[in-house]
Design a protein around this ligand. Structure first.
Ligand code: A2R
Length: 309
């Protein structure tokens, strides 16, 4: 009998096809009553593919052995509850580095050169009457990367291609990296023109970008967040953006997404994006392959290659 795999949400089509070919796929998201699905099939489920796995959901799956998270960040999985039951957790690292790094540079350019506003300016016919206001450039500026990990390093390379100076902060100095290390985040924000936030979410990093850090970044500085909304003190960020004490923000992630605080919509110094760092066809396909490889390895009795718990 094929192991039963519960899909928590709609995954990329090639991923669903690959799961269906190998496992007994159960879609939690399709019917009107997910709880009824769990009552009916809960006992059978041995694996989850997706994310957003609470302790409550795990409790309804007495034979759950593995959670294969679709994404590198697995902060939506209750890892404490998983550990307590010996449930394996895997993620999909590396295959999304390029896609996220490309969007990071794109969002910096969009904010710095005011590309969304320029598009509106042309569409609305204003060009015939006015010159478009002058904007800024990236070259010669310093970007401070909070989280020089797999994705952070790809962003660093691309920032250098934009002729930017790269510095970074993390818990540890990485001796094999050529960039200047700051052991204090506020100090880095004070010295940087751009603060690039690309650390994992979760309890350890909750609110790591405090009001003080944003104050240090200052009226000429801008934040770019492609990590998690939970990393930033969002109300403080809004206060500072509204009063001009923070220069700008390019945000792919939000505290309560997909709900976005409407205060953002009134601001001209922000660029907003619907959490689409890895949302390209080629990357979502590769993420799915990675997820399936982890499930296959586990059920073949091998260590899953991307085990995180
Ligand atoms: O702290 P270090 O030296 O281990 O550096 C890691 C850094 N990091 C932190 N920095 C400051 N305070 C913390 N509490 C903290 N925890 C982790 O974040 C490392 O340089 C970086 C994470 O790198 P990776 O584990 O390679 O993650 P990856 O694949 O780059 O993805 C980052 C996140 C995902 O978890 C999603 O939330 C998002 O980007 O897409």
């Amino acid at each position: 009998m094929k192991p039963a795999v519960l899909l928590t949400h709609r995954l990329y089509q090639s991923t669903v096809v690959a799961i269906e070919a190998r496992f007994d796929a159960i879609r939690l998201y399709e019917g009107p009553d997910p709880d009824a699905v769990l009552v009916r099939v809960g006992e059978r489920v041995r694996a989850i593919a997706g994310g957003h796995v609470s302790a409550d959901l795990m409790a309804k799956l007495p034979n759950l052995e593995i959670i294969a998270n679709f994404g590198v960040g697995y902060d939506s999985v209750d890892t404490t509850a998983a550990k307590a039951r010996g449930i394996v957790v895997t993620n999909t690292p590396d295959v999304l580095n390029d896609a996220v790094a490309e969007l990071a540079i794109g969002m910096m350019l969009a904010l710095g050169r005011k590309i969304p506003q320029a598009d509106r300016f042309v569409r609305e016919g204003q060009w015939a009457h006015d010159a478009y206001p002058l904007t800024g450039e990236l070259n010669g500026k310093t970007v401070g990367i909070l989280g020089l990990g797999r994705i952070g390093k790809e962003i660093a390379q691309r920032a250098q291609a934009m002729k930017m100076r790269v510095v970074y902060h993390g818990r540890q100095k990485q001796d094999d990296q050529p960039y200047i290390y700051y052991n204090n985040l506020s100090d880095m924000a004070r010295d940087a023109d751009w603060l690039m936030v690309i650390v994992p979410g979760g309890a350890a990093t909750q609110g790591i970008v405090t009001r003080d850090v944003l104050d240090a970044l200052g009226p000429e500085g801008a934040i770019v967040n492609l990590g998690r909304g939970s990393l930033v003190d969002e109300p403080a960020m809004l206060d500072l953006l509204e009063t001009g004490k923070l220069g700008g923000a390019a945000l792919d992630v939000f505290l309560d997404e997909p709900r976005v605080d409407p205060r953002f919509f009134a601001l001209d110094n922000v660029v907003l994006s619907p959490h689409q760092g890895s949302a390209t066809h080629q990357t979502r396909h590769k993420m799915g392959q990675t997820l399936v490889r982890n499930l296959e390895a586990y059920f073949a009795g091998h260590p899953p290659p991307n085990r995180v718990i």
